[in-house]
Write a protein that binds this ligand. Structure first.
Ligand code: F6P
Length: 426
């Protein structure tokens, strides 16, 4: 199990996030988003999906009749899968896991009571998250976008699969008891986040999850990430500082404006930069000339955000890596040994950068418009690591070349990524 990198807490918290809701209500999507967010912040997090247990252990051939509450054998088998997944979650938490996510329908009160009791017996706090959605268009979209590509319907005609899935939902509806009277510690996430209902929420992690749910939504839009153009420090091999762009870096600023204006289409993105000269110079043509009307409409003026400033190299600011190795060899070696946790004397570590970027992540989750972020190597690595659901350990080593725009388009199963190199490395 990875060593946690989250901020130390006065009391060790172990939390099970238990999803509740009818099929096709976006439970797994919510589960994945919460898992990704907490894992990125350094909490050891694991998801246990009962549907995946069923497919792995019983096969993926089950049609709607299997899910009927009147199907005694089906019910027994489904209960067995739910029990196994919960048992594995409890075992994992007893081995030191911090956030276990139990992704299943859990639509009956009896089932939830059993879950609550078992988790309490293991000393684990429970937070229920019920996804409620009555909007037929959202349900239809969810079935078509996620269920048709499920292994359950491999090779089945789309309309037949949709009809079968609707019948499956109807079986669950017959037995469905929403969270309510007498139940506690829950959030109802209603109509894809348009409304939230909260009951008896306590603790640090539930509070964090709530603020995340309040910001997130299901609307899809692209995100573009880029480092600034080449700076005079990049040319000299120096880190940190507040240098201006080199001539090549300035050429990238022009190319970026042309590229983005053609790329964004009708929906103008929000543009964020850091407060440092090199990102502001890189973004400066986005909202004005050059380019002309044939290069598409200008973008709104960038918003400069200090949270997006580069990792603070402390006493090493302005040095080359060779100088650090020569003058501060112990520091150099310590960073090589653990680049994620290593903190520059009077500066920052990658862990610090990740934690300071948390409000940026919430803002990116909250934004409904497309977003372009013009920032720095360490910062782009940390943001990219979040969106790609990468282990924090991997973030400090990710390749993020200069003069390249990374385009991320979120979808139900992760992200489509495209990279555009506007100027080849010299
Ligand atoms: O070299 C450019 C730079 O942005 C420096 O300012 C910063 O210290 C460094 O990259 C971060 O990369 P790494 O963590 O690999 O040293």
């Amino acid at each position: 199990m990875r060593m946690p990198i989250h901020e130390p807490r006065p009391d060790a918290e172990q939390l099970a996030v238990v999803l509740v809701g009818l099929p096709a209500r976006g439970k797994s999507y919510i589960a994945r988003k919460i898992g990704r967010y907490l894992a990125w912040l350094g909490w050891s997090t694991r998801s246990f999906n009962v549907g995946a247990y069923r497919r792995e252990r019983l096969g993926s051939h089950h049609r709607e009749a299997f899910f009927s509450p009147d199907n005694v054998e089906g019910r027994r088998q489904r209960e067995a899968m739910a029990t196994q997944a919960l048992g594995d979650l409890v075992d994992w938490m007893q081995a030191g896991g911090e956030v276990g996510i139990y992704d299943a329908t859990n639509t009956t009160r009896a089932r939830r009571d059993r879950i609550r009791a078992e988790l309490a017996g293991a000393g684990v706090q429970t937070l229920f998250i019920e996804s409620v959605c009555e909007d037929p268009a959202l349900i239809e979209a969810n079935i078509r976008e996620t269920k048709l590509s499920s292994p359950d319907y491999a090779g089945v005609d789309a309309d037949v699969a949709v009809a079968d899935f609707r019948a499956r939902i109807a079986h669950y509806e017959r037995a469905y008891e929403p969270l309510g009277e007498g139940e506690t510690s829950y959030v109802k996430f209603i109509d894809a986040g348009r409304r939230l209902e909260v009951e008896g929420l306590r603790g640090y992690l539930p509070g964090k999850i709530l603020s995340f749910l309040m910001n997130t939504h299901l609307k899809r839009r692209p995100l573009w990430l880029t480092r600034h153009g080449e700076s005079l420090y990049n040319v000299a091999g120096r880190i940190g500082g507040d240098p201006s762009l080199s001539a090549l870096g300035q050429a990238y600023a022009v190319q970026l404006a042309t590229f983005m204006r053609l790329r964004v289409g009708q929906r103008a993105p929000v543009v964020f930069t850091s407060t440092l000269t090199r990102t502001r110079q890189t973004a400066r043509h986005l909202s004005g000339p050059p380019g002309g009307p044939e290069a598409g409409p200008a973008l709104p003026p960038p918003v400069a955000w200090r949270l997006l400033d580069e990792i603070d190299a402390g006493v090493c600011d302005g040095m080359t890596y060779e100088e650090i190795a020569e003058q501060l060899p112990a520091e150099f070696r310590a960073r090589q040994a653990d680049k994620l946790r290593y903190r520059y004397p009077r500066g920052e570590s990658y862990v610090d950068v990740i934690h300071r970027l948390e409000p940026v992540i919430l803002e990116l989750e909250r934004q409904r418009k497309p977003v372009l972020v013009v920032a720095h190597q360490a910062v782009i690595r940390a943001l990219y690591g979040y969106f790609k659901d990468l282990a924090p350990e991997d973030c400090p080593h990710l390749p993020v070349p200069l003069h390249t725009v990374i385009e991320l388009r979120p979808g139900p199963y992760g992200l489509d990524e495209q990279r555009f190199t506007l100027i080849e490395e010299p």
